[in-house]
Write a protein that binds this ligand. Structure first.
Ligand SMILES: [Zn+2]
Length: 387
């Protein structure tokens, strides 16, 4: 499912809008238009509704431009370290730069992480400085504009400060991990940063629903002190921290493991002219769901998995052969050398949306086996020692 659309490119990076962002856009405009001063235009009744909402739309655009500049700063520094930026996506909780092969040197990681908040502080500072400058010299300027100046300035400062919380995977959490990684192994540093991040997420989740203690004490009225929005962000952070932790554990566990250590060489291939019924029986007997398909001369013809034969009707299974249903393979994306890293195999599977690759001898020889996602997952479990 496509959940985001590309709207342009900045310094070569595709900029995408997630559907949750498009959904939140009118809410942000409404907030700028109706929130009371000094952050919103809610108290400028003298303005026409159309003008007020136009200004609010302008403010929303400026705010999202700020988010974008924050992500571009991260990306710019990362690109200078040779990281490929696949895209920047704006979604309901802000921006996200998708980076490939992030450097794992602490010196680089903290610089990439701090670039975003520094940019937000700079933008916020510039707006607030101008705002207070205008206030001090009492320049006559149209009031709604100064409100927006203050609002955008404040939001950027809040954005920078919030991102600097040591809540992994937020920027502050990444800086914390880089700091820890100078003293211990990367994996251990990640585990600790994730633990701090999860703790923050839980606290944030609770704070989001916390009643205002003063209000409760003085009037007995229950009013939420902060915002349930915080709870939503906390849930998102918790999930993101968990995912990043397991991804890091996986990469760290597989480090140095070659395809030949994980590949399956027995019962790895089937002949292209094998009937589907026979293949189904073979899968049952050998408890394998993926095979390389070869010609009788041993050339790779394709890859076949259980999910592809599952779709077939009983008649089709009886009448068809493997060669009838496989699609031609692109050798580059379907084959990997036995001397490659397993992490590389996994990346290719993810990129090609496949659970299997054929394995060849080093230097482009014969197909000698297959490597599957299932084999890799099992290998990780064994290496981790079942913990
Ligand atoms: Zn950031």
């Amino acid at each position: 499912m496509r959940t985001s659309i590309q709207v342009g490119r900045i310094i070569g990076i595709p900029i995408r809008l997630h559907f949750t962002f498009i959904f939140i856009l009118p809410v942000i405009v409404l907030w700028f238009a109706e929130a009371p001063g000094p952050v919103g235009l809610g108290e400028t009744e003298e303005l026409s509704r159309l003008f007020r909402y136009s200004l609010a739309a302008l403010a929303a655009s400026l705010f999202f431009l700020s988010l974008l500049l924050h992500e571009i700063s991260h990306s710019y520094v990362a690109m200078r370290y040779g990281t490929k930026i696949r895209s920047i996506t704006l979604f309901i909780f802000g921006g996200l730069a998708m980076m490939e092969d992030l450097p794992r040197e602490p010196e680089k990681e903290w610089r990439i992480a701090i670039a975003g908040p520094l940019m937000s502080f700079a933008i916020g500072g510039a707006f607030l400085f101008t705002y207070f400058g205008i206030k001090t010299v009492k320049l006559v300027i149209y009031d709604p504009f100064t409100i927006l100046m203050f609002s955008i300035g404040l939001l950027n400062v809040v954005l920078a400060t919030f991102n600097l919380l040591p809540a992994f995977p937020m920027d502050g959490g990444r800086i914390l991990r880089a700091f820890l990684a100078k003293r211990m192994q990367f994996l251990e540093a990640t585990r600790r940063a994730v633990l701090v991040g999860k703790t923050f997420a839980v606290i944030m989740g609770i704070v989001g629903f916390m009643p205002d203690p003063f209000m409760l004490y003085s009037t007995g009225e229950v009013r939420i002190l902060f915002n349930p929005w915080l709870t939503l962000i906390a849930v998102f952070l918790y999930i993101a921290a968990t995912e990043e932790e397991s991804a890091t554990i996986m990469v760290a566990t597989l480090e140095g493991t070659k395809v030949r250590n994980v590949m399956r060489t027995e019962n790895a291939s089937v002949l292209a002219d094998m009937p589907i019924t026979e293949l189904a029986e073979k899968m049952l007997k050998e408890k394998n769901a993926e095979y390389a398909v070869v010609s009788d001369r041993g050339d790779l013809r394709g890859l076949i998995t259980f999910s592809e034969i599952k779709e077939l009707s009983t008649e089709q299974r009886h009448s068809l052969k493997i060669s009838d249903i496989i699609s031609p393979v692109d050798r580059l994306s379907a084959v990997i050398s036995q001397e490659e890293e397993v992490i590389e195999a996994l990346k290719r599977m993810i990129r090609g949306k496949k659970n299997i690759l054929a394995v060849e001898e080093e230097g482009g020889g014969e197909i000698i086996g297959v490597i599957t996602k299932r084999d890799i997952v099992m290998h990780i479990e064994i290496l981790k020692g079942g913990s």
